[in-house]
Each structure stands twice: as C-alpha cells, then as structure tokens.
Design a protein around this ligand. Structure first.
Ligand code: ZN
Length: 462
C-alpha cells in the first residue's frame, strides 16, 4: 500500500504536467492547419469540464418558480416547415430486435438531407400543437403510416434495424452505426433516443437497448427511433471524444463543410434528429464523476418543462444548455429535448440502467404511446436548483458522503489531502440539499468540481 501510494505520488504530477503543458501545444499546432475555431483555452476547458458541470454553472437562471407566471412559450422554428421527404428506395425488413443481427450494411447517405419531420406525416401531431408534449392522446387511435428514414420505408406495426453512416472516412474506415426503429401500428409522436455521443458513456447504450427491445410494434402508438452508439469511433476506443479529439456535443447542428465533428453532427441532425418530435439524449457523468439519474432541461421552455413531467423518479435540474449541444440545437429546431444523465462513464451500472428504462417507459405511457398492464401512479420527477462545489486545493479527494445523501449547510462532504504536506482541507456543503452528483475518490486539482448539491425547487405548473 505504501509503495503504491508513493508510486502514485511521483507519477501523477508528471502526468498532470504533461496534460497541462501538452494540450495548448496540441491546440496551437492545430490552429496552424485548418482549424481556428477553437482557442487553446477552450480546448483545455473542454477537457477539464463538460456539459455535466458547465451547463449547470453557465445556465441562464430559471424563471422564478414561486411566481405564478408560466414559462414564456418559445417561438418555434420547426423543421416541419422544410421541404417534403423524397420517397424511400426500399422497404425495411420487419425484424425482431431481440434476435441476434448480422453486422449492419452501410446505408447510402442521402445527398439531399431529409428535412421533413415526422410531425408532417401525422395530422394529429402538428408542430406547435399542445398534444405533442401534453397528456395522453384520448381520441380513438388512428392507424399509423409508413415512416421513411435513411432511405428506407418502415411499415406500420414493424420494427427494424437501419444503419446510419455520416459518410466520412475516419482513418480509412467508415463504419455504419445501428439505428433501431419501431414504427407502431397506431399513429402518434416520434420519440428519439441517442446514446454514447460521448463514446465512453455506456449506461445509455443499454438503456436504449432495453427500452426498445421490449416494445411491441403492434401495441405502440407512434414511433421510437434509437441510436444507441452515436460516437462509434469513440466507443471503440473507450474515448469520450471523436478521433480528432473534439467533443461531438459541442458541434450541433453541425455543418456539411466544417470540421470532422461539424460534419458528423450535421449528418446526424439532418438525417435523423429532424425527424423527431421528442428527443432524450442520454449521457453519464464524466471525469470520474457520478450522477443520480437526472434530467437536464431548460425549464424556461414551456414544452420542455411539460415534457419533464412524464419522467418518473428523475431528479430534474434546470439548465438552459450551451451552444453546440445536441439538446440546445434540437430545442432550437422545435424538437422537445432533454438530456438524461445516468451514472458514470466507462461503467455499466445496473441500478442506473433500470432507473433510466423505467423513466423512459413512464414517459412513453404519459405520451400515450404505450399502456402498461397495471395501473401506475403519476410520474414523480423531483425538481432541483443546484450548485457545484469545487475543491479549493489540489490533492487526493476522500468523500465522507454518498451519492444521494441529504446534507446540510456547512456539513463536511469530504477532504482533500495533500499527500506531500499531509495537510487536510475539508470541503463543506454550501446549502441544505441532496448530493445529486459527485466526484468519485481520486486525485484532484484546485478548482475541480467535486459535489453537485441540489435543493428542491417548485414543481412547474403547480
Ligand atoms: Zn456525455
């Protein structure tokens, strides 16, 4: 143990030195080539933090929950105003998603992006109409129509596995990414689920798999489209980033002639995301941080706020979102979107996966897409205002509290121990609340966001 500790001591400052010194050099070298959209500072910032911390700290404030004022409805510029879909060139095979599948064939990416949304195809789900995000559809269900995606026609009452390829050669390889589609026998909204935009975030992959494989197309109203692994190269390398070291979730809605990340983002957004009425983008904590299952949602957007009410037992944290995030870009395109955060990166965590699947099932029921066998209570999301507490000293973080613990203001949450001087620095809670996210025990630098404290907020609309 002693040896191990000493070994870690000599190793870490060296590595952190490399990390700190190496990155600006990398970024500076990069700017001399073709990219000047990222300064060295933003490169380092992107690696030091992610949306997990940033989107909470830099969020626009939530509209006062105690006032009677409802959130202002946001003006919608929906994709449904765009041109119609061209007809599909083939009918997708109806397959049982539970069966083992052969490796996917690449689907030729459409030259002209498909820009019609699903909203256009269903007369009862017009953009801007309340029923998209509101209570279950109470009218007699209408038979569904075919759904055209990625040049394939998915017939009503069938499920299939398509393949999306951004059409970009990455190190000589362009591997298609599976896209699962369940087109219900009855009409309804289109719910999309995206996972592993950060390639090392694994819980979402399994949440999507389980959610979709349990759907019976004969009993579904509407459609569910799932892309379990958006960042396939990152997934294969166990990396959060794309092969060009960019964070894909900073490049939406993308552009067809920008950086690699811009192009991949553009292809995904135009070919798939614009076809959705609702989107849940599933992430985990990053950099050895873990989260209670929670949503990040712009509670100032009335549609998004209503949408969150369908998720059972989720902590809901307001965040207006940062530019370039899939969530922000999709909301701007008129698609009701939240981010789901479940657990930590690099791990498969059964209880987090179960919570995610249950919550999505609750959402689909609330949206009138499925009905469960027996009666469940109303979904019970819990709304939080939140703050990150940062370590003020570098050293080794030892937590005294566990994820989900209720804490009071001034309570010691953990210590940072300086292994060189033996100094111990307590980290205290800034408020009464609950630990909704935290760093696992690890070596930290001063300024590392260590504890995410949530204080319960008013439930919107009540
Ligand atoms: Zn992520």
């Amino acid at each position: 143990m002693l040896f191990h500790g000493l070994h870690k001591l000599t190793w870490f400052p060296l590595m952190s030195g490399l990390l700190v010194l190496g990155l600006p050099a990398f970024a500076a070298a990069e700017t001399t080539t073709s990219e000047n959209d990222k300064t060295p500072e933003t490169m380092v910032a992107a690696l030091a933090e992610d949306e997990n911390v940033e989107d909470v700290e830099r969020s626009e404030p939530r509209a006062d929950a105690n006032s009677d004022a409802q959130p202002e409805p946001q003006p919608k510029t929906t994709a449904a105003q765009a041109t119609p879909t061209k007809p599909a060139s083939k009918v997708a095979p109806n397959i049982d998603l539970k069966e083992v599948a052969p490796a996917p064939e690449p689907t030729t990416p459409a030259q002209a992006p498909v820009t019609e949304t699903a909203a256009q195809e269903d007369s009862e789900v017009r953009p801007g109409e309340e029923t998209v995000t509101a209570a279950p559809v109470s009218t007699e269900p209408q038979p569904a129509k075919s759904f055209t995606l990625l040049d394939s026609e998915v017939l009503p009452g069938t499920s299939t596995r398509l393949a999306w390829s951004p059409g970009i050669q990455i190190a000589g390889l362009s591997q298609p990414t599976p896209v699962l589609v369940v087109n219900g026998a009855k009409a309804g909204p289109t719910l999309c689920l995206t996972g592993a935009i950060h390639g090392d975030e694994l819980n979402g992959i399994e949440i999507i798999r389980r959610t979709m494989y349990d759907l019976d197309p004969e009993k579904l109203s509407g459609r569910v489209v799932g892309i379990p692994i958006v960042n396939l190269p990152g997934f294969q390398q166990g990396s959060r980033y794309l092969p060009d070291r960019r964070d894909l979730n900073r490049h939406f809605p993308g552009s067809p002639d920008g950086s690699l990340a811009d192009r991949i983002a553009h292809s995904l957004f135009e070919n798939i995301i614009r076809r959705c009425n609702m989107l849940v983008d599933i992430h985990t904590g990053s950099l050895k941080r873990t989260n209670l299952p929670q949503l990040r949602a712009d509670m100032n957007n009335a549609d998004v706020a209503t949408f969150t009410q369908g998720f059972d037992r989720m902590a809901v944290v307001h965040s207006s979102g940062s530019p370039g995030m899939l969530r922000s870009a999709a909301v701007a395109a008129g698609i009701t979107t939240v981010t789901m955060e479940a657990g930590e990166s690099h791990r498969i965590q059964e209880h987090q996966i179960e919570a995610g699947v249950n919550s999505l099932t609750s959402l689909m029921e609330r949206q009138g897409m499925i009905s469960r066998m027996f009666v469940w209570g109303d979904p019970e999301p819990v709304y939080y205002d939140s703050d990150w507490i940062r370590a003020q000293h570098g050293g080794i973080l030892f937590s005294e509290v566990e994820l989900g613990a209720r804490v009071s203001e001034g309570e010691i949450l953990g210590y940072v121990a300086d292994p060189i001087t033996n100094a111990q620095f307590p980290i205290r809670s800034s408020s009464n609340g609950r630990i909704i996210g935290m760093a696992v025990d690890q070596v930290v630098m001063a300024g590392f966001a260590a504890y995410h404290i949530g204080t319960e907020a008013e439930v919107p609309g009540e």
